[in-house]
Design a protein. Sequence first.
Length: 541
Amino acid sequence: MSFTKVAPAEIGTEPGTSILIGDSLLHSTGIDIGNNTGIGVTIRKHGDATFTGIVTAASFSASGAISASSFTGDGSGLEGVSSSGIGTPLSDDDTSDLNKIYYVNQELSIGSTVTVNHPSSAVASYTHYQDLVVKDDADFIVSDGDTFIPDVLGIRTSTSTISSASGGRIRAGTITNAGANGAPNFPNGLTGTAGTFTGNLNVGGVLTYEDVTNVDSVGLITARGGIRIGAGTTVGPVSGVVTYFGDGSQLTGISAGTSLSGSTNDTICTVTGANAIKGEANLTFSGSVLNINGTTDDTPLMIDTTNNNGAHLRFRKDGSNQHFVGAGGGFSLGDKEDLSLRGYDNVLFASGNSSTERLRITSQGTLFAKADGTAPVNQAEAGHYGGTGYNAGNALGLMVKRAIHVSDADTKGVGGMFLSHTRNVACNGTTYNMFTLHNREGTFVGDIYVGFSAGGAGAVRHYRFTCLYNTNTLTSVDFNRRTSNENLTCNISSSNTSHFFQVIPTVSGGSVQRVSMTIVGACCGRNDGAGGDFYTVSYNS
């Protein structure tokens, strides 16, 4: 408000109570407005103004303090008013729900150097601003021992606006995560001129670095520009060995006495001295073929072992064992003193520097001797007896155990047969089965030779026989014995296509003797229709 034509305060000496301006009394202490109404304003000459009601003004300026029981309206222009710490309400109307909903700006701009130093009684200082933007050359300093927490409300989101501000710095002794229990996160990276880590540094991606003091890598280190070791230092493992890869031609400090000589493609190297390595021209390996050239040595390959089974060679196909040759103890075919040969299927022999098969042992144990285009002098030449003892000169060109069969038929049960079987039996008149012959229709014909011998005793007999389906004939041809106390007879028992050849030996006292029976004859089995062909010989024991 303004006053015009007001007399100065010093007009007169005692204004009294008779000078009025409107309803207000003018006196020495100022002007009382509304003196008679009980409301209004007291304005005093020393500058105080007392308002007992509501003051409404377009603007208000005061050089001193303004006190009131409450203030209302927009206070955004007020300076020196502390923030409540939670944000600004969306509405100034106390009756509006938006008055209880707040917002906070994202950035708190630090334009000049400030120091956060809260009282010692405080736990921490904080702000609800999400980002602190330290501008230009300003410093944001957190005092030693103090804790400062940005974004105390925790409302930072991944969609927050990225600040374009740059410059400034934050100075603090320790930076932690919001919970003060872990490391802070730097989502956009961390750039610096130096760093010191007293613990482990874990890098999930690629680590690019220069002039490091120590590198402890669990995995592979790739150094594009090379690795240089300073003077007086060494390369060595904490435990185990150090393995080098790649070209070592630039390595220094390797003993100059180590030399490699005689090296050509595919040669295998041997140590010829303390510091000498030699490539062996007579020992080569192409990656698939090992070649040993013994030159004048007649034993270019020696295989030795301390194993009790002896040594042997194994031949494989696609990792599976096929054939064995050597001491049989290692593959259950004899022992270390036997030279054993085991084939996966048949065992074949050839001669004459050709691949023409001369001898075959089938997987069932059948022996085939072939002499295509040749006239052998004697395929089974027997040795002669000479010297002393039964082991001197008793050599047989060919010895076959139990049976020989000869046939040019393509079916079983047809051809010539030579069978022999020996049993140790009590010679007391008991009947013993020696052979069982069996083919289709049970057809056989031939001779039986049987005999035994003992000290001062013995007997032999010769029979002719025929066998057909479920029947047979047996005729004695010759019989001889040492004394009348020995006797020897044979019998054939027929059952359909099977025939049992039996012997009944007798000797004084009924002692156990070796009785031998040999059959020489022909088997004449049938092969037609669905019945097929078959032929079996059973050696009874």
